[in-house]
Design a binder for this molecule. Structure first.
Ligand code: HEC
Ligand code: HEC
Length: 615
């Protein structure tokens, strides 16, 4: 008994004071505890708040979408990942000056630093890498490939391990920093999804992951989306390595949805999780018993669309970033009462966009009476959830909403012609909401596209706001492009093949959005041999845009093509979907390289097929 105890003491001494390791978030408190940094990826801003005076000190405009923020050790410098600038920017908190711009690679998302502020580690979303940056030299020192769509990242208290999460798998990976390799992983269930953060307790023995389960066979307001907490036992010999705890109800009554992030109190006694769909927070006692793990204590109402939560370093306060309020709420950690709300100032986005964002993210009435599901549960920030859903008409893969304003009509079967038609989704079985206007809508009869006959634009400001928000998403340039406006030699060859008369790809995938979708009826829909005999609305489908197709985890409306090569071969046996059978393997590889490079230049913001929206 004695020797292990001594060893534990020594280990603590060696590691210095017991401080939880850094974990990525869009809100960070500095070591002294007197300043808070927070970023907003819709407003493209970094805000610095005086935690003592509870006042906004300054705002710094960011040249793109900031994702996560951290303080560099005890210094007064802040590091920010900027997703579409492929960089980490270092900002001097006192002056607001950007003192360094470090290129780290495509789509930097999560970010942590060591206590000394000497090294940072960044997750790259689509590329799926961890990047180590030496702060003094502003250089990338090492890279490690983990899995595509890597988001959450946390540093162990002993600063020798990194824990990262797969966004679409909720898989946890442990990386040994010294050996620079993944040494262990904790798989989730196949339905586990949208895991954007992880926190480790101060002892370094457990990791807590908040995420949802996308239950793709249940299209129902009370079962399609379930919030989960996964507790991973970091002990190598643990009998049960990972436990999933459903967080959908509190005391079997109160429903929460869209867990965005969790935080552990500095003494390791409490775990809080915020819910971006229901605007509330769970407070749990950490039991750490290897069995129940947590005991839920209370539910606290917080501001609108909470997206980040962090404890003050001394554990007395809790800070929550409430994105739709554009404010940081300050809560007393003992009573969980709100003691202040610090506004980040005037937002730059229009009131209509912001109302649309609020509705899109909300799982509360009038969007849903059951409170489980919001639009954002499947289309977070307009991105796809990486899933194919068993809809009543057949299997349907969730598309990204990027470029939506230029690619109407909507749905794979072109059965909707305005985003306002999603009033049918809101009132239907998936969301079970009251809807955004009080009049009747034509009832659905079987799978007839009655939505095309109903004109819902202009019916209610809320419905129009939802449409303005859904139509606002753009693309980031493909990481596969050689550079802005440039293709690799292979992609250049593939481009010739794509536009050739032999393949005929561009007859349907035409124009700057690579689709012949148009606002005028009759809509272009095509049978390209991909219909499923059980599909109630096939076999003719709307041509999908190919911009951003590299991000798909599977292709075609039912997600059956696992790779683009399969799409061109196995799923095009009779040359119905363009002509591909004559292509040699190397020609196919070139064609695929071209498809994966899209977009390699920004598409036009206005075409003859662009719907009119207010930004
Ligand atoms: C359970 C997951 C889920 C929820 C919740 C959800 N969607 Fe979707 N969404 C999908 C799937 C799957 C598709 C593809 C369906 C199809 O094409 O028939 C889709 C398609 C769309 C499209 C068409 C995109 C295109 O390019 O054609 C839009 C727009 C959209 N959804 C908006 C919304 C809005 C607004 C809400 C909330 C009112 C919402 N969705 C709720 C899964 C979901
Ligand atoms: C006759 C019109 C037509 C032609 C020609 C055509 N496509 Fe398509 N394409 C479609 C339609 C319609 C779909 C949707 C089919 C489905 O989902 O089942 C599609 C789907 C795709 C997808 C999947 C996109 C996604 O989001 O899942 C890719 C990639 C694609 N096409 C590439 C090509 C290439 C490469 C060629 C040339 C070899 C080509 N297409 C020729 C109409 C066409």
């Amino acid at each position: 008994m004695r020797i292990p105890l001594l060893a534990i003491c020594l280990a603590f001494l060696a590691a210095g004071p017991v401080v939880a390791g850094d974990a990525s978030s869009q809100l960070a408190v500095n070591v002294a505890g007197d300043q808070i940094a927070v970023v907003d990826g819709d407003e493209n801003v970094l805000a610095i708040i005086d935690a003592t005076a509870r006042k906004l000190v300054r705002r710094v405009d960011m040249p793109g979408k900031p994702q996560c923020v951290t303080w560099l050790g005890e210094s007064n410098r802040i590091a920010v990942t900027i997703y579409d600038a492929d960089a980490v920017h270092i900002v001097d908190a006192a002056s607001g000056d950007v003192t360094a711009k470090i290129n780290v690679g495509d789509e930097p998302y999560g970010l942590v630093t060591d206590l000394a502020g000497q090294r940072m580690w960044v997750t790259l979303d689509y590329p799926g890498e961890i990047v180590e940056v030496d702060v003094a030299s502003q250089r990338v020192s090492r890279r490690l490939q983990v899995e595509p769509f890597l988001r959450g990242i946390a540093l162990s208290p002993s600063e020798d391990k990194l824990f990262v999460t797969g966004y679409h798998t909720s898989r946890l990976h442990e990386t040994n920093i010294g050996e620079w390799r993944v040494v262990s992983k904790w798989d989730g269930q196949p339905s586990d999804n949208l895991c954007r953060s992880v926190v480790v307790n101060p002892k370094g023995t457990k990791a807590y992951l908040s995420h949802i389960r996308s239950r793709t066979h249940v299209i129902h307001a009370r079962g399609a989306i379930v919030p989960f907490l996964s507790v991973c036992d970091l002990n190598a010999n643990a009998e049960v390595r990972r436990r999933g705890i459903a967080m959908d109800t509190y005391n079997g009554v109160y429903v929460t949805s869209n867990p965005w992030e969790s935080a552990v109190s500095p003494d390791g006694s409490k775990l809080v999780t915020i819910y971006a769909g229901t605007d509330d927070m769970n407070v749990s006692e950490i039991l750490d018993d290897g069995y129940r793990e947590i005991k839920r204590q209370s539910i606290v109402q917080v501001g609108k669309n909470p997206r980040a939560v962090r404890f003050a370093r001394d554990g007395t306060s809790l800070y929550i970033y409430q994105a739709v309020d554009f404010a940081v709420g300050v809560y007393d950690a003992a009573t969980m009462k709100r003691t202040a709300s610090v506004s980040l100032g005037s937002p730059t986005r229009s009131p209509e966009y912001r109302r649309g964002k609020e509705l899109f993210n909300s799982a509360k009435p009038p969007m849903s009476n059951a409170r489980w599901v919001s639009c954002s549960s499947c289309h977070p920030d307009g991105q796809a959830d990486g899933r194919t859903w068993q809809n009543p008409e057949g299997l349907r893969r969730t598309p990204s909403l990027a470029g939506l304003a230029h690619t109407h009509p909507l749905h794979w079967s072109a059965d909707r012609d305005e985003v306002q038609d999603f009033e049918y989704t809101i009132r239907g079985p998936l969301m079970g909401g009251k809807g955004l206007f009080s009049g009747k809508i034509k009832p659905k009869e079987g799978h007839n596209a009655v939505e095309l006959e109903e004109l819902l634009t202009g019916k209610s400001p809320d419905l129009d706001a939802l449409s303005a928000y859904a139509n606002s998403f753009g693309f980031t340039l493909s990481p596969h492009a050689a550079g802005p406006g440039q293709l690799t030699p292979a992609a250049e060859r593939g481009k010739q093949i794509f536009f050739s008369n032999q393949t005929q790809c561009a007859t349907c995938h035409s124009g700057p959005y690579f689709t012949d979708s148009r606002l005028q009826k009759p809509y272009n829909v095509h049978d390209v041999g991909t219909g499923d005999p059980d599909d109630k609305m096939g076999p003719r489908y709307d041509t999908p845009t190919l911009l951003g197709t590299y991000r798909n985890r599977a292709w075609l409306h039912i997600g059956k093509a696992a790779t683009l090569d399969e799409l061109l071969t196995k799923y095009n046996p009779r040359d119905q979907h363009g002509k591909t059978n004559h292509l040699s393997p190397s020609e196919r590889a070139d064609l695929i390289e071209f498809l994966r490079s899209l977009p390699y230049e920004p598409p036009p913001t206005c075409t003859p097929n662009t719907v009119q929206i207010n930004k």
